[in-house]
Design a binder for this molecule. Structure first.
Ligand SMILES: Nc1ncnc2c1ncn2[C@@H]1O[C@H](COP(=O)(O)OP(=O)(O)OP(=O)(O)O)[C@@H](O)[C@H]1O
Ligand SMILES: [Mg+2]
Length: 308
């Protein structure tokens, strides 16, 4: 895979040719939809494309850290230390086994950060402040969010340029997106006007299940959905127990290949319709669905739309 062109990412900085890093938040407050699997494997795929990438584990579960082989006890500083101002992001950054991929790990301590920062005026911008001076040399930063819309996700959305939404094609899949899109709107208005929804990644896709197709069609009616679809693949679920992204565990597996395709699609840039600045600002790609239309996923179509 070639390094990025200027279509999808990274963009330009003030200097004539130096690309600026693109920060992705991988977010969906629904649990177990593939956020961490997407963060780890997309970050590894960017690195495999010779794009230096930083993975930031924003979840106290620490699954993104262990997923790239950085296990509890093997590091001294974590994102907790960064957010409470005890360490610079650089000091908490650890190299991984994947060339060009670094990680800022997380531990359960991160739960305490949410409580400790509750009265801090800059509580929503701590991650952005920590990240900005540290971005030099990276093409991509991938922020793995926890399954909530609390302070940690808020920090990730405030620090990000673009949001990737992993979505499992199941009943009620769209329902939680209402809250996510409303949160993204609030963050955009309050802290981060440039935040865009890059698109929805269909995860754990099982083409034999007819509901899967129904849900996928419905999501496509309201959001930009990546052509690269991540299949349900056992190698993706086995790889974390070996502390490896799927690319190192089984590069030929359909899961690893799916994430390589996703990275390639991002590097190549969005299709013309989705690149329309107005549509991308809202994060959608299609026309307004009929008001109050009830969807096959049980969510009201109007509610499921990202709002501008
Ligand atoms: N495409 C896939 N095929 C098979 N298993 C998968 C796939 N994607 C994720 N999994 C498995 O599904 C489970 C949930 O995935 P993951 O941890 O990535 O979700 P998550 O959204 O990060 O969860 P949480 O909300 O708890 O942070 C994990 O056991 C993971 O290994
Ligand atoms: Mg996770």
């Amino acid at each position: 895979m070639p390094p990025p062109n200027q279509g999808g990412a990274p963009g330009k900085t003030g200097s004539a040719s130096k690309p600026s890093p693109v920060v992705f938040a991988v977010a969906n407050q629904k649990g177990g939809v593939g956020k961490t699997t997407t963060s780890v494997n997309l970050a590894a795929s960017f690195a495999a494309a010779e794009c230096r990438t930083l993975l930031v584990d924003c979840d106290p579960q620490g699954n993104a850290s262990s997923g790239v082989g950085v296990r509890r006890g093997s590091f001294e500083l974590s994102l907790y230390d960064v957010l409470i101002g005890r360490a610079a992001l650089k000091e908490a950054t650890v190299a991984t086994e994947v060339p060009l991929l670094d990680v800022v790990p997380a531990t359960q301590d991160l739960v305490a950060a949410e409580l400790e920062l509750v009265d801090a005026d800059d509580r929503a911008t701590r991650l952005r402040q920590a990240l900005r001076p540290h971005l030099d040399g990276y093409a991509f930063v991938v922020l793995d969010c926890p399954p909530s819309l609390g302070l940690l996700t808020l920090n990730a959305l405030t620090a990000a340029h673009r949001v990737l939404v992993p979505l499992q094609c199941e009943y009620y899949a769209l329902e939680g997106l209402t809250h996510l899109m409303a949160t993204i709107d609030r963050v955009r208005n309050a802290f981060n006007p440039e935040l865009t929804v890059e698109g929805v990644v269909l995860t754990m896709f099982d083409g034999r299940n007819s509901l899967t197709h129904q849900v996928a069609d419905e999501v496509k009616a309201h959001f930009r959905v990546f052509d690269a679809i991540i299949p349900r693949n056992v190698k993706l679920s086995e790889a974390p127990s070996h502390g490896k992204p799927a690319l190192l565990y089984d590069a030929q597996s359909k899961g690893a290949q799916g994430y390589l395709s996703l990275a390639r699609e991002i590097l190549d840039g969005p299709p013309a319709a989705a690149a329309d600045p107005k549509k991308r600002q809202r994060g959608d790609a299609e026309e307004e669905p009929p008001a109050e239309a009830t969807t096959t996923t049980g969510a009201r179509a109007r509610d499921a739309r990202p709002r501008s």
